[in-house]
Design a protein around this ligand. Sequence first.
Ligand code: ADP
Ligand code: MG
Length: 579
Amino acid sequence: MPKDTFEFQVEARQLLQMMIHSIYSNKDVFLRELVSNASDALDKLRLEALRDDTLDVDVSDLHIAISADKTARTLTVRDNGIGMSRDEVVQLIGTIANSGTAAFLQELKDAKDVSDTAAAEGLIGQFGVGFYASFMVADEVTLLTRRAGESQGTRWSSTGEGTYTIETVDDAPQGTAVVLHLKPADDEDRLHDYAAAWKIREIVKRYSDFITWPIKMAAEPAAAATDADSDAESSADEAASSEPETLNSMKALWARSRNEVSDDEYHELYKHISHDWNNPLDIIRLQAEGTFEYQALLFIPSHAPQDLFMQGYKRGIQLYVKRVFIMDDCEALMPPYLRFVKGVVDAQDLSLNVSREILQQDRQIQLMHRRLAKKVLSTVKDMMSAHPDRYATLWREFGQVIKEGLLSDFENRDTILGVASFASTHDAQEPTTLRQYVERMKDGQQHIFFMTGESRQAIENSPHMEAFRARGIEVLLLTDPVDEVWVDAVPEFDGKQLRSVAKGEVDLDSEEEKAAADSEREKQQEQFAGLLTWMTNELSEHVKEVRLSSRLTVSPACVVSDAGDVTPALQNMYRAMGQ
Ligand code: ADP
Ligand code: MG
């Protein structure tokens, strides 16, 4: 059949260039990526076979097989999973569909200097590069695949330099085999000899032990090679008859107790699920016993993905039923404002055929959702006191998302307020919690004051801040878009009202001061009555009223909204939303 040549999409080409020039220092992870893909493919096949009786596939021996040929310097990772159609190969392997990765490449381009290894490595670590990681160790990669249920297969091949070829083949086994032609090995560098059985064994054990499918390695014919001359025939027999070795333990980490599992093992599971190459910030375990039994192993990532605020962002909770993978991105298990949490939930008493629709309505699932959300929030709360640095990272990366919960999760509103922190005039760098703010409140201060705006600087320069600065009263500086919305929905914290310094009357003084100020104000009122009437008339198109104010110390005038009015920033937001 004809072989067609295609060009990689521009972004894909950039990524491949980085892989070929191996800016990522830990090359071993290429195998983790291939095994991870193979494992996903097996999950998908089992699921599809379960859902579709007409699919004629054998699912009795699903596994991953790794084999190496030292002489030819090839390494093959094969699975008998779902496979890919020709179109899927072009789509999935030739282009980068993931919006996060595309954004990442943009960031890398903006940083210009791709040869800045440290920066590039950091970025790659954040997003992972999956299949393309093969090109760190291979100068040519061939992928032979056939999708379950289809009769013809596809061979894809590339050296990673700009183009790839595709041909249709008649006799491909179902599933996918990835054959890497390894780069010439440095003789000194035995540590990176990826054709060596010990090396493969080591990498699989380190990175993929928990994979729930057997990862097998064909028995090494070369094992008896030293005396091969004298006994060639019997050693060949031995190789043929010996069973392949299973390299991984296949133990589901979430079903094992905490002290049996090392952090490294948890981290590798996290990387498999999240496609992140960095370690998570925290690990959360939950075992629910009783009538509805389930286990959850959740992870808080250490950085926000690029597409966290994009439409169609995939949540990271995988649902298993009795160790069988059921679905990715199970939105029924985690509220939207905790969508950054990754992990596995394994339920004992659900049907393997459970659908998203059923999950949304299931009472047990709703209880599970509540319990998981509470558990995540309580973990954050504990982190605040036990690991303040970690908490600071978490809030920097995800605070903006968590605050969305103030609008949607009434039940946990107080908890969310309790774990939130905000920039404040109290300290130029360190954010404050509401609890800390309340503890610092001045005698007689009734409210928690805040101001929303585009940036710290914009707020600090606002005339609204003058009176507060003059009196040394702390103001929270809220600059996230979501702040504009939740402040109107949340009436108070710890019995103290939240008040905008830019809305309505602010009353900062004690009773006596107020009385004195009132009579002073009355006097001024008389004095300036004429001016105020004149100004109100002159400006009637633009403002409701012109009045004297005690809120300014330096600026001559400022524009104020009524307590119920939308703020200018919110007006902008609505305008941006087309309203
Ligand atoms: P990711 O796994 O993060 O999606 P990869 O680059 O690792 O990114 O893989 C891209 C896509 O190619 C996968 O999402 C999957 O759809 C497809 N793919 C890769 N390897 C296999 C495989 N062994 N079997 C079936 N599909 C695969
Ligand atoms: Mg992958």
